[in-house]
Design a protein around this ligand. Structure first.
Ligand code: F0G
Length: 463
């Protein structure tokens, strides 16, 4: 196992955390309906629910808060953000939003006509929800190996060009609002897309007159994985790779709560004047004036600084190394994990961890619950619960049934990761005794956030 280089920062301010006793964890889990989203943070020891908005800001970002211009219109903070995004991503227009789904909303409403399709490399929960709210239909065109947690290909997030071409032939390009490339693919285990694949996808779409959009929530992580894995780009600066990725697409929706080390924010960026005008206009309705998009001036400032920090190679290198370190430690404990490791999280294969459970026992939801009960670590389900129901009300059955251990940026140290790996390893050794869960409350939209569950007794004949 590789040793992890020391964190490229020292700690200036701390926030205490506490491991609540086992009996209390059991009680808190029950109160939360066995859904880790419904646990209180104060009852969580190490919080690996998400890397979204949970980052630690730098001293420079905290300093920038003080110069936030809180003017309602035309704030200087917006000018600084716009300049940073133009420099780093290369797009002409920037429309800020309160977070990523705000940008998805503006994009979907602007470019999708009811009945049109959006093809993409696997769904993401909020993205698909906004496509569907705008009357669109999502079509998955990711490569097959993305669905196999044990396939070790370097770019499991790639678009399958054959699938995309056949899809365009079948429905006709005029029925396709755009092709959406997620870089990397969150639901597939944070797997990246190669630049070669992005370029080929964009070329195919241009030939057919179809627009291309990037979900750039973790585009910097994707760029760093290109740098590590794609021969033509080996060792190139992440900043240069990111710009090249952006050059391939017509627009980008970004949740800034990931790469950019902030706690809130998002934006839509494009060179397309028409999209900019439509998004700015919708922004007034749903987010706020187009120079603040639901954010305070100080949030815009922190983001402007974070956008420049995120492309510094030493930060992103350390992040990828931290994720790989946790993955390797879990692997050494015998815990089944998705490989290769992605950029934001280690994904545990819940079906392989709990082979005695059926899909209806919600293995990943159950495993996330039992991890919390065992050691106070909070993780997230990414399986049948997250996938929701189709338009006929049937449960969608994704091929992947995963638990995500997501690393907030610059928050936890190697000792925290060692604890997580050791404890989940110990849980794995007593896996046969862990039961599944079933729904007792199922909300209509994005059900995984607010659903409640209860344990199911072991099925007769189960291991
Ligand atoms: N796209 C991707 C790939 C995401 O991972 C997220 C959020 C969004 C869009 C939406 O952004 O939350 O700022 O509105 N992912 C979070 C997560 C929720 O935990 O993976 P948002």
């Amino acid at each position: 196992m590789k040793t992890l280089l020391p964190e490229p920062y020292k700690i200036k301010m701390i926030e205490p955390i506490r491991l609540v006793p086992a009996v209390e964890r059991k009680a808190r889990l029950k109160e939360a309906g066995w859904n880790t989203f419904l646990l209180n943070s104060r009852d969580v020891y190490i919080d690996l629910l998400t890397d979204s908005g949970t980052n630690a800001m730098s001293d420079m970002q905290w300093a920038a808060l003080m110069v936030g211009d809180e003017a309602y219109a035309g704030s200087r903070s917006f000018e600084r953000l716009e300049a940073a995004i133009r420099d780093v991503y290369g797009f002409k227009h920037v429309v800020p939003t309160h977070q990523g789904r705000g940008a998805e909303h503006l994009l979907s409403k602007s470019w999708i006509k009811p009945g049109q399709y959006v093809a993409g490399n696997m769904y993401f929960t909020t993205t698909r929800a906004h496509i569907e709210l705008a009357g669109g239909i999502f079509e998955d065109v990711i490569v097959d190996e993305a669905h196999d947690p044990r396939a070790e290909a370097p770019f499991k997030g790639n678009v399958d060009l054959g699938k995309l071409e056949r899809f365009l032939d079948r429905v006709g390009p005029q029925k396709v609002a755009y092709v959406a490339i997620g870089c990397p693919v969150n639901m597939a285990g944070g797997q990246p897309v190669s630049l070669e694949n992005m370029t080929a996808t964009a070329a195919l779409c241009r030939r057919r007159g179809v627009r291309v959009v990037m979900d750039g929530a973790r585009a910097v992580e994707n760029a760093a994985m290109i740098r590590a894995r794609e021969a033509a780009w080996k060792g190139r600066p992440v900043a240069e790779i990111l710009k090249e990725m952006c050059r391939q697409v017509d627009a980008m929706a970004v949740s800034a709560k990931k790469d950019a080390y902030v706690n809130i924010g998002g934006f839509l960026a494009t060179d397309d004047d028409g999209l900019c005008e439509s998004a700015q206009n919708l922004c007034v309705l749903f987010e706020g004036l187009h120079t603040y998009g639901g954010l305070a001036g100080r949030d815009l400032e922190a983001l402007a600084v974070g956008v420049r920090e995120m492309v510094q190679d030493e930060w992103i290198e350390h992040r990828l190394a931290q994720v790989a370190y946790l993955g390797e430690r879990l692997d050494a404990e015998g815990v089944p994990v998705v490989k290769p490791f992605g950029g934001h999280a280690v994904f545990v294969d819940a079906r392989a961890f709990l082979p005695h459970l059926e899909s209806d026992d919600l293995p990943a939801q159950a495993l996330a619950a039992w991890i919390y009960e065992a050691c106070g670590v909070r993780a997230m389900e990414r399986g049948v619960v997250s996938a929701g129901r189709d338009d006929r009300g049937r449960n969608r059955r994704p091929s992947l049934e995963l638990v995500r251990l997501t690393l907030p940026r610059r928050v936890y140290t190697q000792t925290h990761l060692d604890y997580v790996a050791r404890e989940i390893g110990a849980l794995h050794r007593r896996r046969a005794e862990l039961p599944g869960l079933r729904f007792v409350k199922e909300p209509k939209h994005l059900r995984f956030f607010q659903a409640r569950f209860e344990p199911v007794p072991a099925r007769v004949g189960a291991a």
